[in-house]
Every structure is written in structure tokens, then in C-alpha cells.
Ligand binder design. Structure first.
Ligand code: BTN
Length: 320
């Protein structure tokens, strides 16, 4: 931990009581002037710090954006060992991939307040202006590529759980879109590298629409701030990271099978007649959605007694 992080830690621990510059200086073995400089730098990062005579410093609020400074203090899970990133980047997935290739450990997170080249599934762009939350995590599960294919669905469950804890009732759309009413509020993009069919690293990127704003008003998108007040990108990112850590643990020990039932409860397509199309737009399957299996495949009842298992494709409701 850097000295600045330790100063922040001291302020967080002191909470409402506050702590004097002298006390922090003695605890860290640096001068009071150095502490004052670190406090000023934290304020420049967006922390609101009150300096009252006799009470010392008191941390009033953290930055609201999904920057490391904003997100790190709000994470409860101890799984995330390193939170990197900044105000703006091309794509947090690209940054995390680079770090993973360089050997970064599982539990590394990259966050950003905005992205200039955010990527979605199927080569789409992910519009990423300020006001949203963009994060990518590095995972290194000891599983095969096939076993890893259900992780994106598990992460959808994590996002839905986190949103529920924040007071937002969302639904999932197979494989891992997160919806509010008909609009998409969040998406998950998982990329990986493998050797001899065993996963080496896996980068899971999650993009979330938090508040509408300039350049942040996509027609078919939904925003958390439409249905819940007071949610900031930092709060949302930290809540999602906590649930991702919990779900990842469940998935590692029990496989997706232990989450499939819950996935079905969040699933907006349960019981619906749907059509699945491949990347060329050709219909590859159709039927009534009856669940997902332990590998995360969509289960369709074709109406003639057969269940089809769908591993990939774009799903839409069948028009009457
Ligand atoms: C989707 O198509 O639904 C997935 C969208 C994933 C977007 C996130 S934002 C953080 C991370 N960085 C990216 O470039 N993409 C993912």
C-alpha cells in the first residue's frame, strides 16, 4: 500500500471521529507536511475531506465515479487484491488482458469512469461515456475451456444480485444481458486465453448504464438512475464486484449447476416462445424456454417432446 493509500485508510478507519494530521504522521512515520500534501492529492482525486480545528481530518465523501479512488474504499470483498485504472481508457478489457498476459494475479480489477473504445459481445461497440460504470476483472480458474463457458451466465447472476441489493429489480436475458423492463442496463463480455484446453486467464468485463447524461442517452438502453435514486458509478461498481467475488466462489466449488435454478428465476425469457439465430442471422433453433442446464446452455422445448440445448446465438421472442 502506498503512503497515500495508508492516509486514506486512516481516514476511513477514523470515520466520523476524524483523525489529526499529527496522529497519521506518527502512525506512518512521515512528516505532518507530507500528510497535508497527501490529503490535498486525495481531494484532487475527488474525496471530500473536512479539516476541523481540534478534530483533524474527517472523510465526508468519496469520488462518485468508477475510478480506483472511488471504487476501492467501497469494496467489502477481500478477493479483489488490486484495483487499477483511471478516469479514461480505451477498454478496461484490453487493459486487463494486457495485465493478464504480463502475469497479473487473479483478483486484479481495472475500472474506468469512461472508455473511448468500449467493446461488447459479437464485435459490437459498448457506448461508455462518463456516468456509467466500466470494469474488468482477471480470473484464473483451474477449469477447461468448456467448463468456463458457463461463467458469463454466472456473472449475469452476480450483476442481478448486486442490483437487487441496491434496490433495483432487473432481469437476465440469455446468455448474459441484464435488463430493466425492455431496455438493456448492463452487459458482460468474457474473454480468455487457454493452453491445451485449460484456461490460463480469463477477463470478465462488465459495463453498466448508471445515469443518463450528455452523450449517455442511448435509445434502447435503460439506466439504473431511472428506477433508483442516489446510485453512483462507484457504488454500483463496488456492489457488483462484491457479488462477482461471491458468485465466482460458488461457481468454482459447485459449477454452474448450483446457480442454474437462480438463473432461471432472473430469466426474462422463462416460459417464452423464442427463436435463436446464428452469427449469419439464420434460424438455428426455436421453442419454449424451459431453463438453462448445468453448462449454461439454453433449454428449448420444441413442442414435440424434444428438448434442444442451445450453446450460442442471439435469442428473440417469436413473433405471433
Ligand atoms: C455486451 O455486449 O453486452 C457486453 C458489454 C461489455 C462492456 C464492458 S464495459 C467494461 C469492459 N470493457 C469493454 O471494452 N467491454 C466491457
Amino acid at each position: 500500500m502506498s503512503t497515500r493509500e495508508r492516509v486514506l485508510q486512516a481516514l476511513i478507519e477514523a470515520a466520523e471521529r476524524g483523525v489529526s494530521g499529527q496522529e497519521i504522521a506518527e502512525a506512518l512515520g512521515v512528516s505532518r507536511t507530507a500528510i497535508a500534501k497527501h490529503v490535498a492529492a486525495l481531494e484532487a482525486e475527488g474525496y471530500v475531506i473536512e479539516a476541523a480545528r481540534g478534530r483533524g481530518y474527517r472523510l465526508v465523501a468519496g469520488p462518485i465515479d468508477a475510478t480506483p479512488a472511488g471504487v476501492r474504499p467501497l469494496i467489502n470483498s477481500r478477493f479483489w487484491t488490486s484495483v487499477l485504472g483511471g478516469w479514461e481508457t480505451g477498454s478496461t478489457n484490453d487493459d486487463a488482458r494486457r495485465l493478464a498476459q504480463e502475469g497479473a494475479s487473479e483478483g486484479t480489477v481495472v475500472v474506468a469512469a469512461s472508455q473511448s473504445a468500449g467493446r461488447g459481445r459479437l464485435g459490437r461497440t459498448w457506448s461508455s461515456p462518463e456516468g456509467g460504470a466500466y470494469l474488468s476483472v482477471i480470473l484464473r480458474p483451474a477449469v477447461s475451456v468448456l467448463q468456463a463457458s458457463s461463467l458469463p451466465l454466472a456473472l449475469g447472476v452476480a450483476v442481478a444480485r448486486a442490483f437487487a441489493k441496491l434496490g433495483v429489480a432487473s432481469r437476465l436475458k440469455w446468455p448474459n444481458d441484464v435488463l430493466l423492463a425492455e431496455g438493456k442496463v448492463a452487459g458482460v463480455l468474457v474473454e480468455m486465453a487457454a493452453e491445451a484446453d485449460l484456461v490460463d486467464w480469463l477477463v470478465a468485463g462488465i459495463g453498466m448504464n448508471v445515469s443518463r447524461g450528455a452523450g449517455n442517452d442511448e435509445a434502447r438502453a435503460a439506466y439504473l438512475s431511472d428506477v433508483a435514486a442516489g446510485l453512483t458509478p462507484a457504488v454500483v461498481s463496488a456492489a457488483v464486484l462484491d457479488e462477482v467475488a461471491a458468485v465466482y466462489d460458488e461457481w468454482k466449488s459447485g459449477g454452474f449447476g448450483v446457480l442454474a435454478g437462480e438463473y432461471g428465476e432472473w430469466h426474462s425469457l422463462s416460459g417464452q416462445q423464442v427463436v435463436v439465430r446464428d452469427a449469419m442471422g439464420r434460424v438455428s433453433a426455436s421453442g419454449r424456454v424451459v431453463g438453462v442446464d448445468a453448462d449454461g446452455r439454453l433449454l428449448l422445448d420444441d413442442g414435440a417432446g424434444a428438448i434442444q440445448r442451445v450453446a450460442a446465438g442471439e435469442v428473440t421472442l417469436r413473433q405471433p
